[in-house]
Design a protein around this ligand. Structure first.
Ligand code: NAD
Length: 325
């Protein structure tokens, strides 16, 4: 800011202060260093963020840094928040808009990575690969082989909730590569799809799908979407896959449905909270398969998420960003 309070763009002002609340890769950090003073935080708690942002121009977060209204109020010079990733639930968007802070992110960065993981989890869950692997290692080869009796995925019904970028990528793989029948629910018409899929209600997804796969953002309409009531409508031989956000599923209700056998199995990449406490019932529930929120973590996915720095730099230079939230 000048003494008169006018905001200046790069070239007219001192080097901007850029706060990294979480790690970004070295090439991305180098680009930022060419423009401003980069400060890497060791922790991204709200307290750490509030004290770090006091005189910063740009703040970059990934999944763990939560940019609350209080953080924004502590940052009078903040001009841009870069979110390396897809979900925006960790940023108070209305508070940012009120203060004229531009939020940029990387939609699409992880689409293929998450879709690949989702299909991998689905096949591993349906074929019980985790238990088979353990049995082979324990010398129970014949016993495990004798017990194994899964179903072909061809002609099974996949129910996608949230037919956005990732939902479509999952559905396309399942329809075109695996021969599944795809039904889906979304709150908006997804437009033309390059594969066969039928729009239905959520209740029809629950009642008809052999595999239900969740691909919605976390917001007020989707928090606890899959609660005890929704789970009671699932087929008892159904599998649930969640690679969206942990809080879309009531994790305790899910554990109960698995224990009671009213749901056949579940594979989760995301949890509520992350990580689950060691005594959480879900960790003891049968027929589960877990990964530690690795959906986006491929070489290509991570590279695309780091590209958020390009939009941060664009905003600092007074240019139009490619991916504003
Ligand atoms: P997207 O915005 O392209 O698609 C989300 C879709 O959900 C949209 O079509 C939207 O209309 C629909 N939707 C919203 N609310 C709904 C509701 N109540 N009922 C039905 N449909 C609803 O987003 P995307 O790129 O496909 O990503 C989806 C989510 O995946 C992200 O928001 C993020 O939470 C999650 N994600 C997870 C990982 C991971 O590492 N596991 C990585 C990237 C993204």
């Amino acid at each position: 800011m000048t003494q008169s309070g006018t905001r200046l763009t790069i070239g007219q002002m001192d080097r901007p202060r850029i706060i990294l609340a979480e790690p970004f890769d070295e090439p991305a950090v180098e680009k930022l260093r060419a423009l401003g003073d980069v400060i890497q935080l060791a922790a991204c708690t709200e307290t750490a963020l509030r004290s770090a942002v006091v005189d910063c121009d740009a703040l970059l977060v990934r999944t763990r840094g939560v940019v609350t209204r209080a953080v924004l109020e502590a940052a009078p010079n903040l001009r841009v928040i870069g979110r390396g990733g897809v979900g925006l639930e960790n940023i108070d968007l209305p508070a940012a808009a009120e203060r004229g802070v531009v939020v940029v992110y990387t939609p699409g960065a992880a689409t293929d990575a998450v879709a690949d993981l989702t299909v991998g989890l689905m096949i591993a869950l349906v074929r019980d690969i985790r238990r088979c692997d353990a049995a082979v290692r324990l010398g129970r080869f014949a016993e495990a082989r004798e017990q194994a009796c899964a179903v072909d995925l061809r002609d099974q019904v996949l129910g996608v909730i949230g037919m956005g970028r990732i939902g479509r990528a999952v559905a396309r793989r399942c329809r075109n590569a695996l021969g599944m029948t795809v039904i889906y629910n979304d709150i908006v018409q997804p437009g033309w799809l390059d594969f066969v899929a039928e729009p239905v209600t959520k209740e029809e997804v629950y009642a008809c799908a052999k595999v239900v796969s969740l691909h919605v953002p976390l917001d007020d309409t989707t928090r606890n979407l899959i609660d005890a009531r929704a789970l009671s409508q699932f087929r008892p031989d159904a599998f649930l896959i969640n690679t969206s956000r942990g809080a879309v599923v009531d994790n305790v209700a899910l554990a109960q449905a698995l224990e009671r056998g009213t749901l056949c199995g579940a594979a989760l990449d995301v949890f509520d909270p992350e990580p689950l406490p060691a005594d959480h019932p879900l960790l003891r529930a049968p027929n589960t398969l877990f990964t530690p929120h690795i959906g986006a973590r491929t070489v290509e996915g991570l590279r695309r998420m780091n590209a958020v720095v390009d939009d941060v730099i664009a905003v600092l230079q007074g240019k139009t960003p490619q991916y504003p939230a």
